[in-house]
Design a protein around this ligand. Structure first.
Ligand code: SF4
Length: 688
């Protein structure tokens, strides 16, 4: 692999954390990171995580050499020994049980090129068992939007959302989780008169800025969204001309809406009916209204149905296919959009073409020069399905830069599942909670050590550039993946790339949405998909003339309420989980930053004062939180910000390991787990 991308000192790269895609680079004056004026953070603004992004890069605990497990202990090894061991173990599993006995976790934190090479390796091995953590955050959003609109991505762009007259933010907290979007795109519009409606069980930093805050009862989003739709229909606030021209199924939706009891639905959803009606009028009366959605909506075992109910609102009000409108999922990691775009999914090839599509597989095989090979046509296992199969039908796994021991639900089960594998390989920067279960550990590269591209939340493809090189014997992830590809498959010639750009050129040939892009023209700017080969630029607003399905019309869908998976007894509270501004996902990187850890303070479990008083709990008490799956000890934060009957915790830490409490009931379509509704009992530690 050529080092042509390597630079010394500052080079324009992209933040490794959220899906906003801020430009950051090494700052020699502070020996840290700073923003540069990128296509998204045009004034070089960054949030605290961006400032602290260098801390993990230089952490003295970085893995600098491969590790292999000997007599129960991880010990240092050479690259040759570690790779030989993987080759032997995976080949043995494939010989005995076939390639479907292996599972691969790609990474939304790695580049398009790295994810593309990994999914190529997996498919050339003969399986589709490859997935990434989009499964855990927005797979339900993508499934519903692909089904109805033909594309599972933001319909609009950061360039135009500020033109909205109303924002409807559902299950998202951009003030903390997408801070630069909130401060640089949404807040200026709000200050200029754009109305803000927030649907969230908690009084979040975003909700504090709202004109209307609907503090929905966890698990009752469909009731609330249907009641909004019913109000719009009953008050005749639909966009008749858009519905006639672009929407099907209006008569059925009207009949369904007319049968809904809005006050009863509002009461079920735990919100005031007057506020709900005000929200419906504000959204429907706006000339243009933009929806932003997050994991509060998607992370349910009926997450796909939730998003279908949300899409109905945009369709009946004509808020699709034009500037300042749209349905805009705020994506979690810096390349969660791209990892899916380039095929790190068990059911979709690069370009979101189904693995069952014979022509798409043949085209891919021709590009890879392996026409004699039948690429697998059966969809593979999703991430949580894979861990459910560990030790049974799946005997070996490869995890690239993810930490499922912390991020997957029902963490006790996950730990046992990881231990049940014949061979677990993890490529990462640190001894994470998942690495503790590994048989082979490969030291990989941090954001500042990689070149390549990532695709942000509004479909902008951005280039990362290395500011430095991996420490010790650690290697760049792309280099390691290419070596694994040539060792594990029968097609070593398919992995002889000389630089990330060569991979990008190949992936644009098999990913139609990227086909007009070039590395050079992205430069320090961006190119947005879809960018067809013969186009002059990417597309800012999707679905203007036809939907991405190819149809002029998109259907309305009747969506009925589904009960949460956990039944809630009288003494139970409902746990929802989420993030804070200082930390990211499992905390594997942000917990390495002293300044972020100091700023965030200890991660506490929020409980309402009435629920705390009923249980004799005071602020800062040590409490035990227990569900059907297990129990954790944590510190209480008594606050009215979380409603009665609810508790809130982040999932950024291994202590408490909050996903010990969450359940693994899966959405039947997207296979996303239900992180946002777990029945728990809470008591002062020591009390029984
Ligand atoms: Fe920007 Fe997100 Fe990074 Fe903060 S975490 S600097 S908002 S990309």
């Amino acid at each position: 692999m050529s080092d042509s991308d390597r630079t010394s000192g500052a080079a324009e790269s992209i933040c490794p954390f959220c899906g906003v895609g801020c430009g950051i680079e090494y700052d020699p004056s502070t020996d840290g990171a700073r923003g540069w004026a990128g296509p998204v953070n045009t004034r070089a603004e960054v949030c605290p995580k961006g400032v602290a992004a260098w801390d993990a890069v230089e952490d003295p605990d970085r893995l600098t050499t491969p590790l292999v497990r000997e007599d129960g202990e991880l010990v240092e090894a050479t690259w040759a020994d570690a790779l030989d061991r993987i080759e032997r173990c995976f080949a043995g599993i494939v010989a005995a049980d076939g390639p479907d006995a292996l599972a691969f976790f790609a990474s939304s934190n790695c580049t398009n090129e790295e994810n593309y090479v990994l999914q190529k390796l997996v498919r050339l091995l003969g399986t589709n068992n490859v997935d990434n953590c989009a499964r855990l955050c927005h797979s339900s959003t993508v499934a519903a939007m692909r089904d109805r609109l033909g594309a599972g991505a933001m319909t609009n762009s950061l360039d135009d959302v500020g033109e909205a007259d109303a924002f409807l933010v559902v299950g998202a907290n951009p003030a903390e989780n997408h801070p630069v979007i909130f401060r640089s795109y949404l807040l200026p519009a709000i200050r200029n008169g754009t109305a803000l409606i927030v649907v969230d069980p908690r009084e979040t930093a975003t909700a504090e800025a709202a004109d209307v805050h609907l503090a929905v009862r966890p698990g009752y989003d469909i009731r609330l969204l249907n009641a909004l739709g019913a109000t719009i229909v009953a008050e005749d606030r639909i966009d008749r001309s858009f519905c006639a021209d672009r929407v099907s199924g209006l008569d059925e939706y009207r009949t369904f809406a007319a049968g809904l009891d809005v006050p009863a639905a509002a009461a079920d959803a735990g919100v005031d009916v007057g506020s709900l009606r005000e929200a419906a009028r504000t959204y429907a009366n706006a000339d243009s209204a933009a929806i932003f959605s997050g994991m509060g909506l998607s992370q349910h075992h009926y997450g796909t149905a939730n998003v279908h109910a949300l899409l109905n609102l945009a369709l009946v009000t004509g808020n699709l296919g034009r500037r300042g409108a749209g349905v805009n999922p705020l994506r979690g990691q810096n390349n969660v959009q791209g990892a899916g775009d380039v095929g790190a999914l068990p059911d979709l090839l690069p370009g979101a073409r189904p693995v069952t599509d014979d022509a798409a597989r043949a085209e891919l095989a021709a590009e890879w020069d392996v026409e004699g090979i039948d690429l697998p046509a059966e969809p593979g296992l999703t991430e949580v399905e894979a861990t459910h199969a560990f030790g049974e039908t799946v005997r070996g796994a490869f995890v690239l830069g993810e930490n499922p021991a912390v991020t997957e639900p029902n963490a006790t089960r996950v730990a046992d599942a990881l231990d049940s594998l014949d061979c677990l390989v993890v490529q990462d920067l640190f001894v994470t909670e998942t690495v503790e279960h590994a048989d082979v550990v490969l030291p990989g590269s941090a954001w500042a050590e990689r070149g390549g591209t990532v695709t942000n939340t509004d479909r902008q493809v951005l280039r990362m550039r290395p500011n430095t090189v991996p420490p010790g014997d650690a290697r760049r992830d792309l280099e390691v993946l290419c070596e694994l590809g040539s060792r594990l498959t029968n097609e070593p010639g398919a992995f002889t790339y000389d630089r990330p750009e060569s991979v990008f050129e190949e992936l644009t040939r098999v990913t139609p949405q990227y086909s007009g892009m070039t590395y050079d023209e992205i430069g320090t700017d961006s190119q947005r998909w879809p960018f067809q080969e013969d186009a002059e630029a990417g597309t800012t607003v999707l679905h203007e003339e036809t939907f991405a399905t190819g149809a002029r019309h998109a259907p309305l869908r009747i969506v009925e309420h589904v009960e949460p998976a956990d039944a809630v007894d009288d003494d139970d509270l409902v746990l929802t989980t989420g993030r804070v501004i200082e930390h990211f996902n499992s905390g594997a990187l942000t917990r390495r930053s002293d300044r972020l850890v100091r700023m965030a303070g200890p991660q506490r479990v929020q409980i309402h004062p009435d629920d705390a008083a009923n249980r004799g709990i005071a602020d800062d008490d040590r409490i035990t939180v227990e569900s059907e799956r297990g129990a954790v000890s944590a510190i209480a934060e008594v606050t009215p910000a979380v409603g009665r009957g609810r508790v809130f915790a982040t999932f950024h830490t291994a202590d408490p390991l909050v996903n010990t409490l969450t359940g693994d009931a899966l959405d039947p379509v997207a296979k996303i787990p239900e992180y946002k509704h777990s029945a728990v009992r809470v008591r002062v530690s020591g009390d029984q």
